[in-house]
Design a protein around this ligand. Structure first.
Ligand code: ADP
Length: 457
């Protein structure tokens, strides 16, 4: 078993990892930047160590600072969380070279899945359906045009190295594609340091459905069913749920088998997620794989009773998966709201300041993963996620009713704005309640919400 883990991350996920370490009797050391000196994970961990200034490039994104922090404090492993260096194959490799266990897959599967073009090709070869589109990276605009003629408009240009929903462009006809291609290349170059693009058929009214997988170092691999993340704003998830309202047991088993075959083809170990788009007929198409724990992992934990972060630590320790596919049983329904420090009234403008009073919701079926406490000052340098409120119910309606109660109960006083008012309106919208929504639903709802505000004003 691992002895001591360096938590190479911040915010709520750092707290989550510290808790999993404690449950397993593993020591934890939180690496923090100067801006995070007072963060909750630092208070809760066994030890903590400063790794540099607030700027992520000098702390959470700086491998030498993290690796030396792990070595100085006598850690034998590093948990990268999500974001930052979690999907960086060089960091995984550097950890291994310094005799530190990287809690995640090997560098090679990270590298393969970190590139959307290679990811598509690899999954295709393993028999996992992908969105119709380019075989590899586009070599020229002419190739993009002839491919688009073949598969039909609309098409989507995506940075091959992309992430976080950034830099994607839809083209509805050839002239739009001609205009979009150079801009998309320049944007990708600016955001990811690489201008390479892939082209996919733009699927008009699909859902985002992803499969959680878990594999050990002894050849065992299982899936833990799906999460539905169709509620997105500008391709960023804001509400996630499990199971998906449109996936039945048969479809779940089929997707799960595909996902497990896909990860076995790349020698994948630890927890990971394969993301798919799904149409109304239940056809699904792989879009990308995240080779790390995801923000929305708690909804899977609540419906399966399986602690994913604990399993990440066990697998990294070399333990065998004692769970078999037949042990994964789904019970009830879970929903997660990402509570961001953003002002929904001002187009989700990021908000910073002090949390004067924070009282999290509770009661039956409510879990809150957060690093907030009363008197905490949100540093401006990082992403806006303040808390995740997750509710469970016997069925979807009960989970959503409990979410309404939890959001209403949550006391968050101070100058910081949150997404709660928007999410409260969203979960009671009849279209959302019906479960029959696509990835465009939140954008459309937002329009209605703004107009309603205008009428009230
Ligand atoms: P990123 O890695 O930047 O998050 P993804 O490939 O995961 O990019 O896509 C993010 C979101 O963009 C998806 O959840 C979906 O809403 C939308 N999207 C991606 N590919 C397509 C497509 N081919 N057609 C329609 N929407 C898409």
């Amino acid at each position: 078993m691992l002895n001591k883990v360096l938590v190479a991350n911040r915010g709520e996920i750092a707290v989550r990892i510290v808790r999993a370490c404690r449950d397993l009797g593993i020591g934890s050391v939180v690496a923090y930047s100067e801006a995070d000196r007072n963060t909750l994970a630092v208070r809760l961990a066994d030890e903590s160590i400063c790794i540099g200034p607030a700027a992520p490039s000098k702390s959470y994104l700086h491998p030498p600072a993290l690796i030396s922090a792990a070595l100085i404090t006598g850690c034998d492993a590093v948990h990268p969380g999500y974001g930052f260096l979690s999907e960086n194959p060089y960091f995984a490799e550097a950890c291994a070279q310094c005799n530190l266990v990287f809690i995640g897959p090997e560098p090679e599967p990270i590298r393969l899945m970190g590139d959307k073009s290679i990811g598509r090709q690899t999954m295709n070869a393993a028999g996992v359906p992908t969105v119709p589109g380019s075989e590899g990276e586009l070599s020229s605009i002419d190739e993009a045009i002839s491919l688009a003629r073949e598969i039909g408009y609309p098409v989507l240009l995506k940075p091959s190295a992309g992430g976080g929903g950034r830099g994607m462009r839809v083209a509805r006809d050839e002239s739009e594609l001609q205009r979009a291609y150079p801009t998309a290349r320049a944007e990708a170059e600016g955001a990811f340091g690489r201008g390479d693009l892939i082209l996919e058929k733009y699927l008009p009214s699909v859902r985002h459905v992803e499969i959680q997988v878990l594999a050990d170092h002894h050849g065992n691999a299982i899936h833990l069913g799906e999460r539905d993340c169709s509620s997105q704003r500008r391709h960023q998830k804001i509400i996630e749920e499990a199971p998906s309202p449109i996936v039945n047991a048969e479809l779940r088993a089929k997707m799960g088998e595909d996902a497990v075959r896909g990860i076995q083809a790349i020698g994948y170990r630890n927890a990971g997620t394969l993301e798919f788009l799904m149409d109304e007929q239940g056809n699904y198409y792989f879009i990308e794989m995240n080779t790390r724990i995801q923000v929305e992992h708690p909804v899977t934990e609540l419906i399966t009773g399986i602690d994913l972060v604990k399993w990440q630590l066990l697998v990294a320790s070399g333990e065998r998966l004692t769970l078999e596919q037949k042990d994964v049983r789904i019970r009830g329904h879970a929903v997660e709201c990402r509570i961001n420090a953003e002002d929904p009234e001002r187009d989700f403008l990021p908000s910073v300041g002090e949390i004067e009073l924070f009282v999290p919701p509770g009661g039956p079926g409510v879990r809150v993963d957060t690093h907030l406490y009363s008197g905490y000052k949100l540093p401006g340098s990082y992403d806006s996620l303040m808390a995740k409120i997750i509710t469970w119910g016997d069925d979807r309606n009960e989970a959503l009713d409990r979410m309404r109660r939890a959001l209403n109960e949550c006391i968050l006083e101070g100058s910081v704005k949150s997404t709660i008012p928007f999410q409260l309106a969203l979960i009671d919208d009849p279209a959302f309640r019906s479960g029959n929504i696509s990835i465009h639903y939140v954008g459309e709802f937002m329009q209605k919400w703004k107009e309603r505000e205008a009428v009230v004003a």
